[in-house]
Design a protein around this ligand. Structure first.
Ligand code: SF4
Length: 202
């Protein structure tokens, strides 16, 4: 079982309670207008990782207390991610938060998604609607629902909490971590879509 992973982040406080490691999968069947991660929509090869490799990477920071799966569309690789969650929990008692563009009701009778849902503590479901990005909570737009599938993270108000976003500078690209408000998203687009300027001769 091989996962197709767009990016990982070893430790952040921008995608759920506590210190969390994040995996974003490559490929999404939806094409939401204004998607914050359009490069991760195409179903193309990215990083091929076994569940064991991804688990090891996500647990590398000993301070991490939770995992977040996003994308792309995690339910497209649900069986592999379920295995990552299972492996991670044999080593550490991490919480699991997962984003999906699907609605919860449509997932429960499919084997892969059902296996992943059995591990998830909080599911954020539904398509992103750009005009309904109200800048609040751990969801891109207010039509998306936050399901507490276990009691583990129930004490955290994920619907109305202030948002946090981080820009990470990598060797050859910049990574946005978090659920951006419209203001932050616009700043991010200006930053990443700016044409590179050639040095003018003096
Ligand atoms: S479901 Fe998420 S990743 Fe997929 S297009 Fe919509 S916003 Fe982007």
């Amino acid at each position: 079982m091989i996962l197709n992973i767009a990016e990982t982040c070893g430790a952040t406080r921008a995608l759920g309670p506590g210190l969390r490691a994040v995996a974003w999968v490559q490929g999404c069947p939806f094409h939401c207008r204004g998607c914050v991660a359009p490069d991760w929509i195409p179903d193309r090869p990215a990083r091929a990782m076994s569940p064991e490799e991804l688990t090891e990477e996500l647990l590398a920071d000993p301070g991490v207390t939770g995992l977040t799966f996003s994308g792309g569309e995690p339910m497209e690789q649900a069986a592999g991610l379920a295995e990552v969650a299972r492996l991670a929990r044999t080593e550490r008692n991490v919480s699991l938060l997962c984003f999906t563009g699907h609605r919860l009701e449509t997932l429960t009778d499919r084997p892969g998604p059902a296996a992943l849902l059995a591990q998830v503590d909080v599911l954020v479901d539904g398509r992103y609607v750009e005009s309904r990005n109200d800048g609040r909570g751990l969801r891109g737009s207010d039509n998306q629902r936050i399901h507490y599938l276990t009691d583990r993270l129930r004490g955290h108000d994920l619907e109305d909490s202030p948002r946090r976003a981080e820009f990470r500078l990598r060797d050859d690209h910049t990574l946005l971590v978090g659920v951006p408000s419209p203001h932050v998203h616009a700043a991010w687009k200006r930053l990443t879509e700016q044409p590179s300027r050639e040095k003018e001769p003096s």
